[in-house]
Design a protein around this ligand. Structure first.
Ligand SMILES: Cc1cc2nc3c(=O)[nH]c(=O)nc-3n(C[C@H](O)[C@H](O)[C@H](O)COP(=O)(O)O)c2cc1C
Length: 324
């Protein structure tokens, strides 16, 4: 197994397991649930539009609400225009960010049309200017999250990664798929190994890790310094704890899946104003319901609920009828 601690520009990520930024999912309630279960080395927000960030109220914005226990927490920026960098970074300093991540991999067409996410990988010179500007404004650990690009092109990818390192990025996370590849495709671990061989800074592997065994396989295949986990954090939030065993952490107890789901609802209620809860419950349930044999029923009923009360009644009904 790899090293038990990842050193990321002065930040200790211990164990070296990072939560992946996921829009609609990686908010305060999920982060607190994960912390309670243990095994996460670095938390994250979902992507935050740099342009809007300075105007959001951190006590009211569901993207910025944060409990004091949530640390270390990286904030992911969707940064497209250089002039948005300084106000966004200043805001993150005020919010007490422990790290800043730049989204260079999002394949969503609406983000690409704005020139952001994976579209940025097509414009290395522009990315260089953005990174330089952010680096100039912050001493915080700075990471970049990328995909493999538009097509497999080792030279292009290598130049891009070396450019990031040269401009002062402290860590690169590689989602091991091309821009157009779906989640159904097996990740290309050998390409993370290539990135690792090119860079001096730490490299984190991401994509398709749903079990301790897959984590071990990925580390062996990539030689990565850490792993980033996305959807599995929502389908089985104990995944970090399960993987952490391979880094010398104690074995997890048996988790009660229903109690965890109810705890998530309680955390939503504690963290967010009423109008911000139901959408987040629907998003989480879409993933978590896979733990139950009749989970599609639970997901459909929560999805069709018009209020949090209605959803809670349907959840209670489901658990009365289906404990497995
Ligand atoms: C619902 C959802 C939202 C996502 N939102 C973001 C995002 O805001 N920023 C980002 O860089 N990647 C985003 N991603 C991609 C994940 O961070 C991650 O790279 C991807 O899910 C692969 O990892 P996994 O197989 O462990 O889920 C999102 C993925 C999902 C499923």
């Amino acid at each position: 197994m790899g090293s038990a601690v990842l050193h990321f520009a002065g930040l200790r990520v211990d164990p070296p397991l990072l939560l992946a930024p996921m829009a609609g999912l990686t908010h305060s309630a999920l982060r607190r649930l994960l912390l309670e279960l243990g095994g996460v080395g670095l938390l994250t927000t979902e992507m935050l539009a740099a342009k809007r960030l300075p105007h959001d109220n951190p006590r009211l914005s569901p993207y910025l609400i944060r409990h004091e226990s949530e640390r270390p927490l990286a904030y992911q920026l969707l940064l497209i225009r250089r002039e948005d960098a300084a106000p966004a970074v200043e805001t993150l300093h005020r919010l007490g960010a422990e790290a800043i991540d730049l989204n260079l991999g999002c394949p969503a067409p609406e983000i690409r049309r704005l020139g952001g996410g994976s579209q940025l990988m097509e414009e290395p010179a522009a990315v260089g200017r953005l990174v330089r500007e952010v680096r100039r404004r912050t001493g915080l650990p700075l990471s970049a999250k990328i995909r493999l690009g538009e097509e497999l092109d080792a030279r292009r990818l290598r130049d891009f990664c070396l450019m990031l390192e040269g401009e002062g990025v402290d860590l690169v996370t590689v989602h091991a798929r091309l821009r157009g590849e779906s989640f159904g495709r097996k990740p290309r671990w050998e390409w993370v190994a290539k990135v690792k061989s090119w860079l001096k800074i730490p490299v984190v592997a991401n994509g398709g890790i749903f079990s301790g065994a897959e984590a071990v396989e990925c580390l062996a295949a990539t030689g990565a310094d850490g792993l980033m986990i996305g959807r599995a954090a929502a389908t089985h939030p104990w995944i970090f704890r399960e993987i952490a065993v391979h880094f010398g952490c104690p074995a997890p107890p048996e988790f009660d899946r229903t109690a965890l789901y109810l705890r998530f609802i309680a955390l939503l209620e504690e963290s967010f104003p009423p109008e911000r809860r139901l959408g987040r419950l629907k998003e989480f349930t879409h993933y978590y319901a896979r733990n139950y044999r009749f989970g599609h029923w639970l997901a459909a009923k929560v999805q069709a609920s018009g209020t949090m009360e209605q959803a809670s009644d349907r959840v209670a009904q489901f658990f009365r009828q289906n404990s497995r």
